[in-house]
Design a protein around this ligand. Structure first.
Ligand code: UDP
Length: 380
């Protein structure tokens, strides 16, 4: 089956990293069409996946945009649709991986007479999207998509609650290559030395810097923790959240935590960094659609604490393979951190369980089989 994948982003967020794994088995007969240039294109090329940037400028519609703002972008959208229709004629299927890809892919699927799959990596709720954007996504998916692959039950439920057709949806979790997360001890030790982490209790936060990812909650929690606890913030402001980055730096200074918080920016060595941590904290203040970093921490054998909402609740069974805290509650988070600091043996057992369960449930080979079976049963 020849697949035209579409994704709006030039930067590698969770949805884009997931797309690399899905596209890999189809790389000799697939094209990824991007709506923006950037490092994601390079990552696809490094994985020998054909890629083409289909725009000269990224589409100026945001998750919170109104209908009128959306209309203004028509001048950009129409030529893009025409290009996608042309490309789609050489493929059996259009696979939209993001919301803007759904909009373009849906219309193109109609004109090119190709079936449409929508991979839903979002929670279509009012916290994440404007009402206009939710309506557009639901209506286009309902009318044009033959299949909606939701990345968690939480994303599927939100889709159906917003009016999406339940009978076209199915849940497929993200897949991971367990081997990548088996790190070499000496590499990890060297990293700890380079970053000055030896002898400290290190909490890692791995996510783009954005208010709803809740880095500020972790900093507030850190202020309540013993001195040896330090934080590394791994990730960048991918979608222009520069004000938030400034706010985080001001917060760190105001709380006197400059020596205990290290901003590392975007990194490609997440497994090694996670292995260098004593705990990975996931602090999203709204429901997380899936939460790749939670599974990645598990695969690294590092204990993980996440917020009790969305996909995280499907990944963590508290006390068995991790901890859950209320979103936004920095006091509760500080308590969990202190427990992990004092009860290392118990926490290590939990992390060991988590690694075992995660390598069974999220193995990319099994996940890719699920996707391949779904596609061939629907479209062959
Ligand atoms: N990530 C990365 N480098 C960084 C920060 C994050 O490679 O500096 C990766 C992280 O390992 C994870 C993904 O980005 O695989 C983020 O996915 P997640 O589902 O946690 O969040 P999303 O970006 O989809 O909101």
């Amino acid at each position: 089956m020849k697949i035209l994948f579409l994704d709006q982003s030039g930067k590698p967020g969770g949805a884009e990293l997931c797309l690399i794994d899905i596209a890999k088995p189809y790389r000799d007969r697939a094209l990824v069409g991007l709506f923006a240039d950037g490092p994601f294109k390079t990552l696809l090329q490094q994985n020998q996946i054909s890629v083409e940037v289909l725009t000269t400028q990224s589409i100026q519609v945001k998750k919170s945009s109104s209908f009128l703002q959306g209309l203004k972008s028509l001048r950009q959208i129409i030529p893009l649709i025409i290009k996608v229709v042309k490309r789609a004629k050489g493929y059996d299927l259009i696979y939209a991986n993001t919301q803007k890809a759904l909009v373009i892919g849906a219309i193109a699927s109609f004109f090119a007479r190709r079936p449409l799959v929508y991979h839903l990596h979002d929670i279509l709720s009012k916290e994440h999207f404007s009402q206009t954007n939710r309506r557009i996504a639901i209506n286009l998916a309902n009318y044009f998509a033959s299949l909606v692959i939701a990345n968690s039950q939480a994303s599927q439920t939100a889709f159906v609650q917003a009016g999406g057709r339940a009978n076209i949806t199915t849940v497929v979790y993200n897949g991971f290559e367990p081997k990548i997360y088996q790190t070499c001890e000496s590499d990890v030790r060297q990293l700890q030395q380079e970053l000055g982490l030896i002898g400290k209790f290190v909490i890692g936060h791995f996510s783009r810097l954005a208010p709803w990812k809740g880095q500020h909650i972790l900093i507030d929690a850190l202020a309540k923790c013993p001195q040896q606890v330090t934080v590394i913030l791994v990730g960048d402001a991918l979608f222009g959240e520069q004000d938030y980055v400034q706010q985080l730096h001001r917060q760190v200074t105001a709380l006197g935590l400059k020596n205990r918080v290290n901003f590392l920016g975007f990194r490609a060595d997440v497994p090694q960094l996670m292995a260098a941590c004593d705990l990975v904290a996931h602090t999203s203040t709204f429901a997380e659609p899936f939460g790749r970093v939670i599974v990645e921490a598990m695969l690294c054998g590092t204990p993980v604490v996440a917020t009790k909402a969305g996909g995280a609740m499907e990944l963590i069974e508290p006390g068995i393979n991790g901890f859950l805290v209320q979103p936004g509650d920095f006091q509760e988070l500080a308590q969990v951190i202190t427990t992990c600091l004092h009860e290392r043996h118990k926490t290590a057992t939990m992390a060991h369980n988590a690694r075992k369960i995660a390598s069974q449930h999220f193995d990319v080979k099994i996940i890719n089989q699920q996707i391949s079976q779904l596609l061939s049963s629907k479209f062959n």
